[in-house]
Design a protein around this ligand. Structure first.
Ligand SMILES: Nc1ncnc2c1ncn2[C@@H]1O[C@H](COP(=O)(O)OP(=O)(O)O)[C@@H](O)[C@H]1O
Ligand SMILES: [Mg+2]
Length: 219
């Protein structure tokens, strides 16, 4: 892939992360920034434009209209909705995963299966829906109740319950499977063995061929 000269960046999203991204891009002289939708913080360093971030076609159309030569996709929901795919189809460079790659984020059971297939160590797990209740319960019992119940899909960072006992786990299962607390995202759950110890996030960038590791971080 050749080097592109970036003069106008469209940052998709409207949270603190996107403000940080806009701030970082603004450190480069001669780069104009558009945020969609952005927020009060980005307003002082970028042009804010209203858009539904999960409307991939609308975001791509905006990128064309704004003459963006790079689109940076912030929210996982935008990545899962195929914003990168839509922009790439219109010939615009994108920093962010295609919908297919974003499945690692948007389906925890997909991510777990992928880790198993690739031989990546991961907590023991199973997944299922309402019809698999018996099997999910048996797995929770096998773990002695110390488990983590996760809505399979995107749940605004709220879809994970760390449980001490089987009755905690039962309540978390009910919230997903009976009460629909996370809508479709919780109709399938992942039940995981509960791990103990420090958690570290490891970041890598990949363009499909090359991999570059970044720093590690803790939440
Ligand atoms: N297997 C586990 N054992 C113990 N704690 C866990 C486990 N899985 C997740 N957690 C805790 O729950 C948090 C959120 O879980 P995670 O799978 O990262 O979901 P997401 O980031 O999509 O909300 C983690 O940061 C961690 O603190
Ligand atoms: Mg996480």
């Amino acid at each position: 892939m050749g080097v592109i000269r970036v003069t106008r960046v469209l940052i998709v999203g409207g949270g603190g992360r996107e403000h940080a991204l806009a701030w970082a891009c603004a450190q480069d002289h001669g780069v104009d920034i558009v945020c969609a939708p952005g927020n009060g913080g980005t307003a002082s360093i970028a042009k804010n434009v209203r858009v539904e971030v999960t409307d991939a076609a609308a975001v791509a159309a905006l990128a064309v209209e704004e003459h963006a030569d790079l689109v940076v996709v912030g929210p996982d929901a935008a990545a899962a909705a195929g914003v990168a795919d839509a922009c790439l189809r219109r010939g615009i460079a994108v920093f962010g995963p295609t919908a297919a790659a974003a499945r690692i984020e948007s389906s925890k059971s997909f991510a777990k299966r992928l880790m198993d297939e690739a031989g990546i160590p991961t907590a023991r797990w199973t997944s299922g829906g309402a019809e698999d209740r018996g099997r999910l319960r048996a797995f929770i019992a096998k773990l002695g109740g110390a488990c983590v119940i996760k809505a399979d899909g995107l749940a605004l960072g709220k879809g994970v319950v760390v449980c001490d006992t089987a009755s905690d786990a039962e309540r978390a299962l009910a919230a997903c499977l009976d009460e629909g607390r996370f809508g479709d995202a919780g109709m399938t759950v992942v039940v995981e063995e509960r791990l103990a110890g420090p958690e570290v996030s490891v970041f890598g960038l990949c363009d499909g061929t090359r991999l570059r590791m970044l720093h590690t971080a803790r939440d």
